[in-house]
Design a protein around this ligand. Structure first.
Ligand code: NAG
Ligand code: NAG
Ligand code: NAG
Ligand code: NAG
Ligand code: NAG
Ligand code: NAG
Length: 437
């Protein structure tokens, strides 16, 4: 490969193109590359703007990096992000880096092909003799240098409930017809956010009563060792009866456990709900848009999210999303639902839970769910304009502009409480008294 690359430089771009064509065979998941070297390439600075994903895809006249399947970021960030560059000016593209990575990993036996010619992590990886190697510090998560994802222990999720509300049934135990259950990942200290949600989309009174059922909300928490805080949570749970809490340690690194707990609780206590929506406590919902999405929803195998279909694994050590080759050798993640807000039909809530307790945990809950979905043979659907994750405060500093922006999305995430409220008051639907339950 190296030799050929030298030759390619000598002969010129034509031959380089041919090598790319060869690489496509390996990199089958990017079928449209034959167009890649046409005149202009649009480059999106994914790293700089904090998006974990991006891929090269086929479009009639435009090629290059897309976010979540298309060039949507252009609209949000204007021309600062999207720039048209001539091919000659292009730095080694991320795509080329991925191809190099695939070739390298295949050569090193870190990845292999399964019966369906899919690239998979080689299950026969040489296990390290000691795990005392240097620790890779990834902002909030540490991974020992020699650890492989395939060697992570499976977590059977044998945790005990501290609180398990019964919001989906009456005191008598009779089921309430629930259309959608929100499971909100929240941090113990975020009482303000929980109160805000209880008064906005988290309130059943803010939603119309559908023939298909009502809306319900619960909050997901792990255990805290601060007794004062735990007592506050007991009181909060007493008062609002909407806290799901288990005895695993509540921490950012345990976020995956929290999501699994949510799926478990729904399976245990709200299995009859038609849909589950997992949402973070810093996110706000556009009610009307959500209802529109649900209007078209299928009863089973339904997902709605701004799915990342072929997100490259970030190998940039300065990135918050850095994952080493050793830990996760595949160059891309399986398709997954972008974490801060996604919808699942009940069969998937239960199905993912059943798979999750037999699958090695991945540090990020959304990628982990993608790994589970893949085992279930479910390909997530990509909804455009489903989520907007505010990456810089300055983008929403102007409130008039912020409101305009919010209106384009079903979920806006990474918001301060004030901005959650701003979005709510500008997008909420007005329910007249007589349609309330
Ligand atoms: C789950 O944990 C409890 C104690 O916390 C233990 O008694 C029980 O055997 C465990 N069950 C399984 C299946 O590991
Ligand atoms: C425990 O939680 C309380 C209430 O949130 C807080 O005021 C206090 O500082 C916490 N104590 C410690 C040791 O973190
Ligand atoms: C996650 O929770 C488990 C179970 O409580 C605990 O043993 C572990 O230390 C927690 N991990 C982190 C990183 O907080
Ligand atoms: C719902 O389906 C209709 C008809 O197929 C389509 O026109 C509309 O865009 C869909 N809406 C959403 C939010 O997917
Ligand atoms: C790696 O990430 C850092 C911070 O996100 C960024 O400044 C840098 O340009 C990135 N490097 C590469 C090679 O993409
Ligand atoms: C905020 O945005 C609106 C609409 O884009 C614009 O008309 C207004 O001048 C902006 N205000 C400031 C203070 O920049």
């Amino acid at each position: 490969m190296v030799k050929r690359m030298h030759l390619a430089r000598a002969i010129g771009p034509f031959f380089l193109g041919a090598i790319f064509m060869y690489s496509i065979q390996i990199f089958y998941s990017y079928p449209s590359l034959e167009n890649y070297f046409n005149s202009h390439v649009r480059a999106l600075d994914v790293e700089r703007y904090g998006y974990g994903g991006g891929y090269v895809d086929h479009a009639p006249r435009e090629y290059g990096w897309k976010h979540n399947g298309r060039y949507k970021v252009k609209r949000h960030h204007a021309d600062k992000v999207m720039k048209t560059v001539k091919r000659e000016e292009l730095k080694p593209s991320k795509f080329q880096l991925l191809i190099d990575e695939v070739n390298h990993l295949l050569a090193e036996d870190m990845i292999t092909k399964n019966d369906e010619s899919e690239l998979v992590i080689n299950p026969k990886l040489q296990h390290p003799t000691a795990e005392t190697g240097e620790i890779i510090y990834n902002k909030d998560i540490t991974i020992p240098r020699h650890k492989h994802y395939v060697d992570e222990p499976v977590d059977a999720h044998n945790y005990t409930y501290i609180h398990k509300p019964k919001v989906c049934s009456k005191v008598t135990g009779r089921r309430i017809k629930v259309f959608l259950i929100f499971i909100v990942t929240t941090s113990p200290k975020n009482l303000e956010r929980r109160m805000l949600i209880r008064n906005t989309y988290g309130s059943k009174r803010r939603w119309p009563v559908l023939t298909a059922g009502v809306f319900r909300t619960v909050f997901l928490l792990g255990a805290v060792d601060n007794m004062t805080l735990q007592n506050d949570i007991h009181d909060e749970s007493e008062t609002y009866k909407d806290i799901v809490q288990e005895d695993f340690v509540d921490s950012y690194a345990n976020l995956t456990l929290k999501t699994v707990m949510g799926l478990k609780w729904v399976t245990n206590y709200c299995r009859h709900a038609r849909y589950t929506m997992k949402i973070d406590d810093d996110s706000m919902i556009h009610q009307n848009r959500l209802l529109q999405v649900l209007k078209n929803a299928t009863a089973v195998k339904f997902t709605a999210a701004e799915s990342l279909m072929d997100a490259p694994v970030i190998r940039n050590t300065s990135s918050k999303y850095y994952i080493s080759e050793t830990y996760y050798p595949l160059p891309t993640y399986p398709p997954y639902l972008n974490g801060p807000g996604y919808l699942l039909s009940s069969d998937l809530t239960e199905g993912i839970y059943n798979v999750a307790i037999k699958t090695q945990l991945f540090p990020w809950e959304d990628v982990f769910l993608g790994i589970c979905l893949k085992q279930l043979g479910v390909l997530p659907k990509l909804y455009h304009d489903f989520i907007f994750i505010v990456d810089k405060e300055s983008r929403i500093a102007n409130k008039t502009r912020a409101v305009k922006l919010f209106k384009h999305f079903t979920v806006v995430s990474n918001l301060k409480p004030d901005d959650m409220m701003l979005m709510w008051t500008n997008t909420r639907i007005r329910i007249s008294r007589d349609t309330r339950p």
